[in-house]
Design a protein around this ligand. Structure first.
Ligand SMILES: [Zn+2]
Length: 261
C-alpha cells in the first residue's frame, strides 16, 4: 500500500520504464528533492507492461497503468488476454496509455478504434480509470466511445484541446492533466487558455517523462520537472502553490482512486 505523503506531489502520467536503471536512480533522487512522491507509470505495449509491473513491485510510489497505445494498435497481436491478466493481477491499476491519434501515426484509425473500444469495455467491466492520448481532431469519436462504455473516470493527458466540449467531457467524469508545454518560452496561448478554462477541481499535473521536455526532443523530461509545471498552473489560476498541491492531490485520488498499490 502506498503511503501518500501529506506534502507530496503526484506525477499523473509518466513512463519511468523508458529510463535506464542507472538514469532512473538519479531521476528518482531528484524527484525526492522536489517531493514528487507518486508516479503514475503508463505501459504502452506488452513488452512494456512487464517492466511497469516490476517497477511497481520494487519502487515506492509507483502506480502502474497498462494499456495498448494507439501507435501500437496495428502491429500488436494477442494482447487482449494478456492485458486483462495484468489488470487482474494489479487491482488498483488503470488502463493507460490508450486513445486515438489522427496526426502523429500512420496506424489506421479503424485498428486504433477497435483497440480503444476493446480497452474501454475492459475498463468498464473491471471498473478502472483510463488515461487517454488524444491527438488530431478525434474528439467526437472519443466522446462517442466514452459515452457508450462509460469507464469510471478518464484522464485526458497532456491536454491542449478546446473548451467547447467541456460539459460533455465532464459528463464522462474526465480530468485534464497539463505538462511541460506550459514551461515553454514563449508560452503557448492555446495551453494557457486551456488551463484558464478547466475548473481547478478537474486539473492534474504530469511530466510524460522522459518525453515532452519543454526544450524539445533533444532533452529528457523527468518527474522533478513537475514543480515548474505546477508553478505555471498556480500562476495562471492565481492560487498559491500549496493550495494547488492540495487540490491536485485530491483530484488525482478522485480520478485514479485512493489506496493505489
Ligand atoms: Zn505518455
Amino acid at each position: 500500500m502506498i503511503e501518500i505523503e501529506t506534502v507530496g506531489w503526484s506525477d499523473s502520467h509518466c513512463h519511468l520504464q523508458d529510463f535506464s536503471p542507472e538514469e532512473l536512480s538519479a531521476v528518482l533522487k531528484r524527484a525526492d528533492i522536489f517531493k514528487i512522491k507518486r508516479f503514475h507509470v503508463n505501459g504502452t505495449r506488452p513488452e512494456d507492461w512487464i517492466v511497469v509491473a516490476r517497477l511497481a513491485a520494487n519502487l515506492p510510489g509507483v502506480c502502474p497503468h497498462f494499456g495498448l497505445h494507439p501507435w501500437q494498435a496495428a502491429q500488436t497481436e494477442d494482447w487482449e488476454t494478456k492485458l486483462k491478466e495484468y489488470l487482474l493481477r494489479h487491482p488498483q491499476a488503470g488502463l493507460g496509455e490508450i486513445g486515438l491519434d489522427a496526426k502523429l501515426t500512420d496506424t489506421p484509425m479503424d485498428a486504433q478504434r477497435a483497440a480503444f473500444q476493446t480497452q474501454l469495455a475492459l475498463a468498464a467491466e473491471l471498473q478502472r480509470p483510463c488515461t487517454i492520448h488524444a491527438v488530431g481532431g478525434v474528439w467526437d469519436m472519443l466522446l462517442e466511445d466514452l459515452q457508450t462504455h462509460k469507464p469510471r473516470a478518464v484522464l485526458l493527458h497532456a491536454w491542449g484541446g478546446g473548451t467547447h466540449l467541456l460539459p460533455r467531457w465532464i459528463e464522462c467524469n474526465a480530468f485534464f492533466s497539463f505538462g511541460g508545454v506550459l514551461c515553454r518560452d514563449p508560452q503557448s496561448a492555446k495551453h494557457v487558455q486551456a488551463v484558464e478554462a478547466i475548473p481547478l477541481e478537474r486539473i492534474l499535473l504530469e511530466t510524460d517523462s522522459p518525453w515532452q521536455h519543454p526544450k524539445g526532443k533533444a532533452h529528457r523530461q523527468e518527474p522533478a520537472g513537475l514543480l515548474s509545471i505546477a508553478e505555471q498552473v498556480a500562476k495562471i489560476k492565481k492560487v498559491s502553490l500549496d493550495l494547488l498541491r492540495q487540490v491536485v492531490e485530491k483530484n488525482t485520488n478522485r480520478c485514479f482512486g485512493q489506496n493505489l498499490s
